[in-house]
Design a protein around this ligand. Structure first.
Ligand code: SAJ
Length: 405
């Protein structure tokens, strides 16, 4: 059994920082590493640079106690956890995964890795990335026969990260059975869900599969919404009725799929096997195409009312958060403004935005001729909200006004 006292978490973003804080609160001495000096300085003051409920309190506490500290370089430890971004390469054609940050982080820890250490990758990654880590470490002179290397994907929902880090089941994919077992034991120190051991490639594919499953099911709902619109059927009512069947559970249509996970990860599967990943690729195209469809629908309504003011209600990528990254609602609002239409943008979870002027719900409803509901924020679900829309053209793309069946 490996004795673990120190953990080095490389990458202090949406996953790395909450994980580092949780480990520190669970009794480990945690050294966080991030290449961004401002991030490091912020954390060392006990503050946070991301928005996530309850994270500020826990980071403040563990930094004050001395169990979490940050630096711009990795530090010697018993466990190394890599939580760095895995974006796309820019270019033509289908998006291709870019694992450069994972490889750079591996090279950064390589001089510090000693026999008996655990090296864990948490970043969403294409199949084979954990093997690439082993190759990089070996090339840097590490005796990889003496090191436990595993893939353990994060599975948390933004907005519920601290709870889900502890409660969710975790998959640990070892490059060897011994690695899966050693890394599994480490996770059992702080995870209350089950820790399920497997091989690295299965674990890598499992993470991508989970988000593709959701993307595909949302694509089904989005496709239905367009078909129903053409046939004058209320898709929200249709889905609610269909879901009364004991084995049917259709997700909800929206203006497209946002965030930095579900709209990204399926491409990692497609990139490895474009010939066979036909449904997965098509789902991505359907969901991205839904955003263009929404813009076209609003354009059509605006053409019917020359000079109309258009209220865009909700800009975040999903309900009741302030996160605008990869948000289809934001894409719609920007596209309409670029077309020269007069828009009034509302995001109740934000007071301002650098590129877009925001107004309150009241201001928007006072002035708007056309109301476009893009995100199912709780403010738009209030009983009585729909009464305030009387006399306006209303386009509800997220079912905020849908009545229960
Ligand atoms: N959405 C719909 N219709 C639905 C459900 C969601 O249009 O019925 C849209 C949302 O509005 C949003 C997008 O999908 O734009 C994604 O939202 P989400 O809440 O489904 O997921 P994320 O991106 O916040 O988090 C996902 C989660 N994965 C799964 O639920 C399978 C989370 O557990 C992962 O850890 C996370 O991706 C990640 O990091 O990969």
């Amino acid at each position: 059994m490996v004795m673990i006292e120190q953990v080095c978490v490389v990458g202090l973003g949406y996953i790395g920082l909450p994980t580092a804080a949780l480990l520190a609160a669970s009794g480990f001495r945690v050294l966080g590493a991030d290449i961004d000096e401002r991030v490091v300085a912020t954390i060392n003051q006990g503050l946070i640079h991301i928005v996530e409920p309850d994270l500020d309190g826990i980071v403040h506490k563990v930094v004050a106690e001395g169990s979490l500290s940050a630096a711009t370089t990795a530090q010697p430890a018993d466990v190394f956890m890599l939580c760095v971004p895995t974006p796309f390469h820019d270019g033509e054609g289908d998006p291709q995964p870019n694992i450069d940050y994972v490889l750079a982080a591996t090279r950064a820890i390589a001089p510090l890795v000693r026999p008996g250490n655990l090296v864990i990758l948490e970043s969403t990654s294409p199949v084979g990335t954990t093997e690439r880590i082993a190759e990089e470490l070996q090339a840097a002179g590490v005796d990889i026969g003496q090191v436990h290397i595993a893939y353990c994907p994060e599975r948390v929902l933004p907005g519920k990260i601290l709870t889900e880090l502890v409660e969710n089941d975790r998959i640990v994919g070892g490059l060897t059975e011994a690695a899966a077992s050693a890394v599994g034991s480490f996770y059992r120190h702080f995870v209350r869900g089950r820790v399920l051991e497997t091989d690295a490639r299965t674990a890598e594919m499992c993470k991508l599969t989970e988000n593709s499953f959701r993307d595909l099911n949302i694509a089904f709902a989005n496709e239905l919404s367009v078909i129903c619109d053409n046939q004058d059927i209320d898709v929200w009512k249709l889905i609610a009725l269909a879901n009364c069947h004991p084995r049917v559970n259709i997700l909800q249509p929206g203006p497209g799929v946002g965030g930095h996970c579900i709209a990204v990860d399926p491409w990692f599967i497609v990139a490895r096997d474009p010939q066979n990943a036909r449904l997965i690729r098509q789902a991505r195209l359907v969901n991205d195409g839904k955003t263009d469809w929404v813009v076209a629908k609003v354009r059509e309504a605006a053409q019917a009312q020359q000079g109309a003011k258009i209220a865009c209600l909700g800009l975040a990528f999903k309900p009741d958060i302030d996160d605008l990254r990869e948000s289809p609602a934001m894409e719609v609002a920007l596209a309409l403004a670029e077309e020269g239409l007069e828009t009034l943008n509302v995001e109740p979870n934000l007071s301002q935005h650098p590129d877009l002027s925001l107004v309150t719900i009241d201001e928007a409803l006072e002035q708007a001729d056309i109301v476009v509901i893009l995100v199912r924020h709780r403010q738009f679900l209030d009983p009585g909200f729909s009464d305030r829309l009387a006399g306006k053209t209303v386009l509800d793309f997220c079912g905020a006004l849908a009545q229960p069946v």
